[in-house]
Design a protein around this ligand. Structure first.
Ligand code: SF4
Length: 404
């Protein structure tokens, strides 16, 4: 296909595709799917080889959020039967993090529900970051605490945070349809604050909320403009008890096309498959490793993932390798100046990137959306796979061992 030849050439040169080309990727047929994966896979291998970065989520504070993000099981009014607990103590969080790191993760993503942290909350998280860093040499830590006020990103950076995650989630035009308690501009502002403080910015999206192809392309082009080091791609987990519970719009094939489009638009950025990987890609997960270079190990914030061992086996069986702590994630041109992200040097996280998964903290998958946009995707309605959605009952906030 001329389209794919053009997109590979542009991806290898880090040149931005046109909107029409990005839309055309989403419009390809199932007959062309393997060609699309192979083409985007060439771009992925150019910048990230066959490495897969493992990230590990620790939900520091779960549920009881006053915000109304429609996709989120922790939102105001959610009746999803998730774990609800207040701030983990630094030693509790550190213990959970250690499980993920011993399972092969190189980054820990510390996430808390809520609109944004108070200064006291930043102190708590700073203590947790220090505890984790003291006990785990070379670990990367990303914080995902919601909207930041002036000065908070600097304080997190001073405490040792490498990255900050805050997702745009969807296009600016449809943002108001999924959340009314804060704005798209608020989200952009927080990503910019993280960047300005020298944190590696991580910002991504949630697919499957009823958005159109144009919305998906809009948000991915906006992300390219913001230039985060990592882009988590969440696939909405339609939690019972949230407004988007009926939004089962995704097929494994559509998820692969979305990941391929993100790779073509953001060729040299860490693209992470975040929430919803098991629920929506299902047995097609290994193909997605040809597109994304990063996943979460084990469980998500409020839902359970497949066993950590299964993640590792999948990576090995598909011919990929887990990225070690000594390897830099991002290509050299993005890390000039040093280690993580690029600010300062260090052990190289490869780049400031972020956690994801949290993305919108809450987005164990994403939000959903009912008719977020009038032009609802042609996506063939998928059978609701509620059988694949398991609320997390182990790890942080429980007495049971984490999945890692
Ligand atoms: S995504 Fe974050 S801010 Fe929105 S409802 Fe969920 S926890 Fe609250």
């Amino acid at each position: 296909m001329d389209l794919l030849t053009t997109l590979v050439d542009k991806g290898l040169r880090r040149e931005l595709p046109t909107r029409e080309e990005a839309l055309a990727v989403l419009a390809t047929s199932d007959d062309d799917l393997l060609d699309v994966v192979a083409a985007a896979g060439r771009v992925r291998r150019q910048w990230f080889g066959r490495r897969v970065k493992l990230n590990y989520l620790v939900n520091l504070k779960s549920g009881l959020c006053p915000e109304d993000c429609s996709y989120c099981s922790q939102r105001l009014g959610s009746t999803a039967g998730i774990l609800k607990y207040t701030w983990l103590k630094p030693d509790e969080a550190s213990k959970a993090a250690a499980a993920g790191l011993s399972g092969g993760a190189k980054r820990v993503c510390l996430v808390a529900s809520g609109r944004g942290p108070t200064d006291r909350d930043v102190d708590r998280v700073s203590d947790t970051i220090k505890a984790i860093k003291e006990q785990n040499e070379g670990v990367e830590v990303c914080a995902c605490l919601g909207l930041l006020s002036d000065g908070q990103a600097d304080r997190l950076r001073e405490a040792g945070a490498d990255a900050y995650n805050h997702n745009l989630n969807t296009s600016e035009a449809t943002y108001g349809d999924i959340t009314t308690t804060h704005t798209y501009a608020d989200r952009v502002d927080t990503v910019q604050k993280a960047h300005a403080a020298g944190l590696s910015a991580c910002s991504g999206l949630i697919a499957g909320m009823g958005e159109s192809d144009e919305d998906l392309v809009d948000v991915v082009f906006s992300l390219r403009e913001l230039d985060p080091d990592s882009v988590p791609v969440n696939f909405l987990i339609p939690f019972e008890g949230t407004p988007l519970a009926k939004e089962w719009n995704l097929t494994p094939q559509r998820c692969l096309r979305i990941l391929a489009m993100v790779r073509f638009v953001c060729p040299d950025v860490e693209v992470r498959i975040a929430g919803g990987r098991e629920v929506h890609l299902r047995t097609m997960q290994p193909l997605a490793l040809h597109l994304a270079n990063s996943i979460f190990l084990g469980d998500y914030l409020t839902s359970e993932g497949q066993a950590g061992r299964a993640d590792l086996e999948m990576i090995a069986d598909a011919g990929f390798e887990v990225e070690g702590t000594g390897q830099v994630t991002l290509p050299e041109h993005r890390t000039a100046g040093g280690g993580c992200g690029s600010h300062e040097g260090g052990s190289g996280c490869g780049s400031h990137e972020g956690g994801s998964s949290c993305g919108s903290h809450g987005s164990d998958g994403g939000r959903g959306s009912h008719g977020v946009c009038g032009s609802a995707p042609a996506a063939t309605a998928q059978d609701a796979r509620t059988d694949l959605v398991a609320v997390r009952r182990r790890g942080a906030g429980t007495d049971l061992a984490p999945n890692a």
